[in-house]
Every structure is written in structure tokens, then in C-alpha cells.
Design a protein around this ligand. Structure first.
Ligand SMILES: [Zn+2]
Length: 240
């Protein structure tokens, strides 16, 4: 049997991939894809407010807790997850981390890639993660770059929806129907106990994008959707 196709998702922090792409991940796992999440940081300083309210909390304990939540969410979605622990506020990956990301691209030859938007005035680590993803993808395409494995072709990159899309110059160009797997996304979101305030927010967002998906397609069976924006042009033989 041939190797399964792979989807790669690069998440700045422990929970980003869950809120923004949990539906896409669960959907492609259901379709037989191997999904790999590269989690660059635990978000231990910036996105763990609730944990820091506990007396005597330490950076190490926050990281452990966020890692466990994130691992559980990935398990529920059916994804493999790799943690890089590259710091938070600021996210500062070393050159060896960039090299490892290049290896991920070459080793797994993803069909497509998901990551953050290029702008986010609320969290500079998100655009940093996007830039790193583009760097790793471009290096993996370069025949002369010293990394193992076959050089990468040109997998499309989709940016997933940021928390406040209007401020992040995000345009929802693609609406992905995640209705069949929304229950799994909700369960994965509920693993992120440090950010319980976002469970309903991202449920409401999925419903709203679902309504827009119906408006733009006429497919009334769609209830939940996730929005994405392309980085590179779509190459096609059909305009439909
Ligand atoms: Zn984040």
C-alpha cells in the first residue's frame, strides 16, 4: 500500500490549530490523510491567562499543562503533533528548528499546508510562525539546501482564520464545509481548558461561516465551516 497523503499544519501556539483548523484536520484525517501539526510554542506566556491566575504557577507547569491539552486535542482530531518549544513572547526558533521544519516538508511532502495569517497586531508570534512556514517551504524547494530527502514541489498554502480577521487583513476566500466533523472539533476545543472562554466563540464562528458557505454555494446541508485564505495563486484548468 502506498503512503497516505499528508497535510501539514504549522501552529504558533498550543491551541491555535484547534480553533482555526480543527475542522480541516478532522476532515482530512477522515479522508485517510496523515495530518502533522508542527506546534512551535506552548503559548506559555501569552495565551495561558487562566493558568497564571493559579497561585504558585511556574513557566514549566504552564508549559506542561498546555502541552498535555494540545496533545489531547491532536489525539481527538486524529493528528500527529510535534512540539518545538521555541519560546513565547517572543517566539524565537533557532536555525536548527528551521532546519527541522525543512526536513518535515521534505520527509512528508505535504499535499497542502495550513498556517497563520501574515499580519496580526494582537500577537506577533502568529505572523512569525507564518514567515517561518514560508521560509521552510521555500528552503525545502531549493535543490541546494542541505537537508535530507527529496526536494519539495509546490504545495499550496492556506492561511487559517485569525481571531480578529479584519485587523489581520484576512479575506475568507475559501469556505470549507466541516459539518460532518464539527462534533470532533468541539471535543478538541473542550480539551483546551486554559481557554474555555473561546469554545463558544469558535462554535459561533463556525456557524456564521457555515451560513456564508450556504449563501455562496446554495448547499443548504452545510451547517459549519472554516475560512481560509490562499497565499499563492490557485492553478486550475477550470473556472468554476
Ligand atoms: Zn496563538
Amino acid at each position: 500500500m502506498s503512503d497516505p497523503k499528508t497535510m501539514l499544519a504549522v501552529s504558533a501556539h498550543a491551541a491555535d490549530f484547534v480553533w482555526r483548523a480543527g475542522g480541516a484536520i478532522a476532515l482530512y484525517v477522515e479522508r485517510g490523510y496523515k495530518v502533522r501539526v508542527l506546534c512551535l510554542s506552548y503559548g506559555e506566556r501569552g495565551e495561558s491567562e487562566r493558568l497564571w491566575r493559579q497561585p504558585g504557577m511556574t513557566l514549566e507547569r504552564v508549559k506542561e499543562s498546555r502541552r498535555a491539552e494540545s496533545q489531547q486535542a491532536a489525539d481527538l482530531l486524529g493528528a500527529e503533533i510535534r512540539f518545538f518549544d521555541s519560546g513565547d513572547y517572543p517566539l524565537k526558533p533557532s536555525e536548527p528548528v528551521v532546519q527541522e521544519m525543512v526536513m518535515e516538508f521534505r520527509r512528508h511532502q505535504p499535499e497542502f499546508v495550513l498556517t497563520h495569517s501574515l499580519a496580526d497586531p494582537y500577537n506577533p508570534d502568529h505572523p512569525e510562525a507564518a514567515q517561518l512556514t514560508f521560509r521552510a517551504r521555500v528552503y525545502a524547494q531549493a535543490a541546494g539546501y542541505p537537508a535530507e530527502g527529496k526536494k519539495l514541489e509546490a504545495p499550496p498554502v492556506f492561511m487559517f482564520e485569525p481571531h480578529q480577521p479584519e485587523q489581520c487583513e484576512f479575506k475568507p476566500q475559501v469556505l470549507l464545509d466541516i459539518t460532518p466533523v464539527f462534533g470532533r472539533k468541539r471535543k478538541a476545543m473542550e480539551s483546551m481548558e486554559a481557554q474555555e472562554h473561546l469554545w463558544q466563540y469558535y462554535t459561533d464562528l463556525a456557524l456564521r461561516r457555515g451560513t456564508q458557505a450556504v449563501r455562496n454555494s446554495g448547499r443548504k446541508e452545510i451547517k459549519y465551516a472554516e475560512a481560509f485564505q490562499r497565499v499563492y495563486p490557485q492553478v486550475t484548468t477550470e473556472l468554476s
